[in-house]
Design a protein around this ligand. Structure first.
Ligand SMILES: Cc1cc2nc3c(=O)[nH]c(=O)nc-3n(C[C@H](O)[C@H](O)[C@H](O)COP(=O)(O)O)c2cc1C
Length: 188
């Protein structure tokens, strides 16, 4: 039996990929915000990632100043910091300090990387689509780096557990790889 799902709750059926920590501002004055509404939208070069950001976020004000951000990928060990960065605004506090996160310089953009995260995508916001409550940021990835022990072209869930948002203060973790055999050819 399948229950009807209220349309206002339907998004939870397809809640996308891993939760990310997006850093904005500068190395001296950084902010960090949690995102679950993120998706890649281009498989060619340049790599493009779409982020949906509410009009009211402090991070959005910072993004409008230099059109730069870094997408950092946290793991299970950063659960508390990830939830904190997604529950409190950085308008009046330094969330890096409060959460014990370490900002380190990026190579191509002003916002810092988060040292404790094993992967980073340095981005320029190439285009903004205005929407009702959340605008869509088309982020062009200028540089990406990942810990070789945890990412060999794909994540190794046996070694690194990405977080996946389930709503409220609930998260899932990706823990194992399964392999499709069979007849289908792999497509991009
Ligand atoms: C798991 C999680 C995912 C979130 N995803 C988004 C998102 O995709 N877009 C968004 O605008 N806010 C999202 N939020 C809310 C912001 O992270 C939150 O409002 C944050 O405090 C904003 O920080 P800022 O005001 O310092 O920019 C999410 C929060 C959590 C806990």
């Amino acid at each position: 039996m399948k229950n009807e799902v209220e349309l206002s709750k339907a998004k939870w059926l397809v809640e996308p990929g891993c939760v990310v920590l997006v850093t904005t501002g500068t190395l001296e004055n950084p902010n960090v915000m949690t995102f679950s509404w993120q998706t890649p939208v281009n498989s060619a070069d340049p790599c493009l990632i779409l982020l949906a950001i509410s009009h009211v976020r402090h991070s959005y004000n910072l993004i409008k100043q230099n059109h730069e951000l870094v997408i950092n990928v946290p793991g299970e060990e950063l659960l508390e910091q990830t939830h904190f960065a997604g529950s409190i605004t950085g308008t009046h506090i330094n969330k890096f300090k409060e959460a014990g996160l370490t900002p380190v310089p990026a190579k191509t953009v002003a916002p810092p990387l988060i040292e404790q995260c094993p992967a980073h995508l340095e981005c320029r916001v190439a285009e903004i689509f205005k929407m009702q409550t959340h605008d869509l940021l088309v982020c062009e990835v200028l540089r990406a780096a990942a810990d070789a022990d945890m990412f060999d072209g794909k994540w190794l869930p046996e070694k690194f557990h990405t977080l996946h948002y389930l709503g409220g203060n609930y998260y899932g973790v990706m823990e194992r790889t399964i392999v499709a055999g069979g007849k289908a050819k792999t497509q991009k």
